[in-house]
Design a protein around this ligand. Structure first.
Ligand code: NAD
Length: 357
């Protein structure tokens, strides 16, 4: 059998992304046209919590691989964030611009309900607070519905606060300074999280260089934070201490690592490393990497403070501030063991999931 044939045969249990998942549920509803997959990676620490992504996947294998990878990442993120939730994720195959309907989210909600709390759904790329409200009409196992109904609302400000705490830890560790005044930071992507991160950094006296493919987002950062614009695609080349990727994934790769002048990479984007080896390449260049899923966990921490007794923002912020200490632990262990910080974060998460920690 060729490798290609093997990949096509082994779409689930033997695929590399399966990685010890506990349960994968394929959901179909003929009436609404729903085709969805719910993946529960690990529930050792509690019910699996993770968002529902809606995306027009080119083929079913692409959707399966995506949900499995995302679900495992949630187990790691939730474990290191010291949450009593496991890791899971779901995907709905479809175009969020044209394929949404009330019936579709109701059908999806019934599947979530059938798992009796083993999986808790929240927003992700392609789904909104309104979609969570629809799901909520069928199940109580949903978070991140509208704030008027008592949920935690938009998680971005808390995510940004966590990234700020992780970035500060990296600056303390790598540059030996606790004050950010005058620190030069290049922020890529001034969206929901990037904008709030710029706000924290500006208030702390940092100098910002920004880039976004949307000109109005850059104009806003210029006006509000006296930020400078990086020309074209040159955000990686800036003469700064910190590079903060807050747009899409895979921005740290073989092509961009040699261009970085920053001594630290710390940002909000998910899946910043294109390949696992990019973590080692950063370390080899003496660049301290604050692992993405460790420092962008503020959003999921925030969700975990949606309780039956109500949502408590102050508690969520206090918990999120612990990201600083977790990042410090990762940096010092990476130095002790001469290993990349990305490998150490994975190892620490696995120790928590297997009960070794
Ligand atoms: P967003 O869509 O609000 O912002 C992303 C911004 O990046 C947009 O302004 C977009 O124009 C810009 N952008 C896209 N491609 C770019 C490029 N090549 N160069 C420069 N700018 C580019 O998204 P967000 O909610 O701010 O999330 C940002 C990142 O953080 C994502 O990777 C997301 O997965 C991750 N994240 C977000 C949260 C959260 O609470 N929102 C939590 C954890 C992780």
């Amino acid at each position: 059998m060729t490798n290609l044939e093997k990949t096509e045969c082994d779409a689930v249990f033997n695929s590399p992304a399966y990685n010890q998942h506990e349960q994968v549920i394929f959901c179909a509803d003929a009436e609404s046209g729903l085709r969805a997959i719910i993946a529960i990676h690990n529930s050792r620490l509690g019910p699996a919590l993770g968002g529902c992504r809606m995306w027009p996947y080119k083929c079913e294998n692409e959707a399966i691989t995506d949900v499995l990878r995302l679900s495992r990442a949630m187990s790691y993120k939730n474990a290191l964030a010291q949450l009593s939730t496991g890791g899971g994720k779901s995907v709905i195959i479809g175009d969020p611009k044209s394929d949404k309907s009330e019936a579709l989210f109701h059908a999806f909600g019934r599947f979530v309900e059938s798992l009796a709390g083993r999986y808790i759904v929240a927003e992700d790329v392609g789904t909104t607070v309104e979609d969570m409200n629809q799901i909520r009409s069928q199940t109580a196992h949903v978070m991140g519905f509208s704030a008027q109904q008592g949920s935690s609302g938009d998680p971005s400000p808390v995510t940004a606060y966590g990234v700020f705490c992780g970035l500060k830890a990296a600056v303390e560790y790598r540059l030996g300074r606790s004050e950010l005044a005058g620190l030069r930071v290049a922020v890529q992507g001034i969206g929901n999280v990037g904008y709030q991160l710029c706000k924290y950094l500006h208030e702390a006296g940092a100098k910002l260089i920004v880039s976004d493919i949307q000109l109005d987002a850059m104009a806003r950062a210029e006006a509000d934070f006296a930020a400078e614009r990086a020309p074209g695609t040159e955000i990686h080349d800036q003469d700064v201490e910190v590079f903060a990727p807050c747009a899409l994934g895979a921005e740290i790769n073989r092509r961009t690592i040699p261009r970085l002048k920053a001594q630290i990479v710390a940002g909000a984007a998910n899946n910043q490393l294109e390949r696992p080896e990019d973590g080692a390449d950063l370390a080899a260049r003496g660049i301290l990497y604050a692992p993405d899923y460790v420092i962008n966990a503020g959003g999921v921490i925030n969700l975990s403070y949606e309780r039956e007794s109500g949502y408590d923002r102050a508690e969520a912020m206090t918990h999120t501030a612990r990201i600083h200490d977790i990042a410090m632990e990762i940096f010092s262990r990476a130095e002790r063991e001469s290993r990349p910080t990305s490998d150490i974060a994975d190892a620490m998460a696995e120790e928590l999931l297997t009960g070794a920690r």
